[in-house]
Design a protein around this ligand. Structure first.
Ligand SMILES: [Zn+2]
Ligand SMILES: [Zn+2]
Length: 343
């Protein structure tokens, strides 16, 4: 089969590789579309500590079931359109038992710890495979993984109907989180972002997001105006930079919650005094648990906002042009989701 392989950092090539052979209770999926995530870019640039080369990256995809190796009963049918949750926990540790497979002590994420979906075929554990109705646009379905991430973050934050939310960082995950916060009944959802193209894009989603460019407005005044002098009930820090960390403690309401989503490339200072004085709650969130992947697929299957999801896909490349596609993802700052078409 053909696949995009990182053999050396900063270099990805499209080449012939061996098709994976199936172990027990595994499925082989022929990939149709795969999404490029910020993580894939970090891996290519050598910024991901857990990666060993060579590696086929990619953990967001939709495809068709090609083969199953099991003696158990299954409703899945060969040729059917499917998605698969990209992470697998050990299934035995305390966290897995609690349904927190995303923070398992022995976590495997394909495209990071093992070969991913920038390939014609990928093998996955059968228990991670979900069928998708034929009538839904497969491009939209390919967004199930990032949507699951956004849902995990909002669910963990315990955002309540009628509350206010601020998302610091308006990239694909930030906007998805804003969409989920709205769906969750937030009275006001604001996004802080410094890229004017991204601000325009988020506004054009037409979901009533309040857009803040902290470089252009008096941020204290803006927080007061948007929250009636109270601050936001929940602040989601997605940017992973110092300016975002400064904003999160400032923008959170007294007694409010800060969710740490973005992973900083280098550690930053946090105003811990504000956490004490305002009695803030601060919690980290990582990827998504299987329950959220399943729920994200339900949101797509029930067409809650598939038209909006589709608008997040701003660029499409053929997998053969992987070098060009990754180069674009690194250099272009205005895109949202880039999809790779497999055939
Ligand atoms: Zn991702
Ligand atoms: Zn585990």
């Amino acid at each position: 089969m053909k696949a995009a392989v990182i053999e050396n950092f900063n270099d990805i090539i499209f080449k012939e590789v061996e098709q994976p052979s199936l172990d027990h209770d595994e499925a082989l999926i022929k990939v149709e579309y795969t999404g490029v995530c910020g993580t894939d870019v970090h891996i290519l640039l050598g910024n991901h500590k857990q990666v060993k080369l060579p590696l086929i990256p990619g953990h967001e995809f939709v495809g068709r079931l090609a083969k199953i190796n099991t003696d158990r009963e299954t409703n899945l049918k060969i040729g059917q359109r499917v998605v698969a949750q990209p992470l697998t926990g050990c299934g035995k540790c305390e966290l897995c038992i609690q349904g927190r497979d995303n923070v398992c002590v022995d976590l495997n994420i394909f495209g990071i710890h093992s070969d991913g979906c920038f390939a014609e075929y990928i093998k996955v554990p059968l228990k991670k495979v979900y069928a998708v109705p034929e009538e839904i646009d497969p491009r939209v379905v390919s967004l199930v993984e990032p949507l699951a991430v956004a849902m995990h973050d909002v669910r963990r934050s315990n955002l309540q109907v009628g509350q206010t939310a601020l998302i610091v960082g308006g990239g694909p995950i930030g906007v998805l989180m804003a969409m989920v916060a709205k769906l969750n009944g937030a009275a006001k959802v604001a996004i802080s972002e410094i890229n004017e193209e991204r601000i325009k894009f988020a506004k054009e989603m037409d979901m009533g997001f309040e857009m803040i460019n902290p470089l252009k407005v008096d941020i204290d005044e803006e927080i007061e105006r948007l929250t009636d002098h109270m601050g936001f009930d929940v602040v989601y820090e997605v940017s992973g930079v110092q300016a975002g960390a400064d904003l999160m403690t400032k923008a959170a309401k007294i007694g409010g919650t800060i969710m740490m989503v973005g992973i900083p490339t280098k550690s930053y200072m946090v105003d811990t005094g504000a956490i004490t004085l305002k009695e803030l709650k601060m919690e980290g969130v990582r990827i998504h648990a299987q329950i959220n992947f399943k729920a994200a697929l339900e949101v797509i299957k029930n067409n809650i906002f598939n038209d909006k999801l589709k608008r997040l896909i701003t660029n499409e490349f053929h997998i053969e042009d992987i070098k060009e596609a990754m180069d674009f993802c690194i250099k272009d700052k205005d895109h949202f989701k880039v999809l790779l078409k497999m055939s």
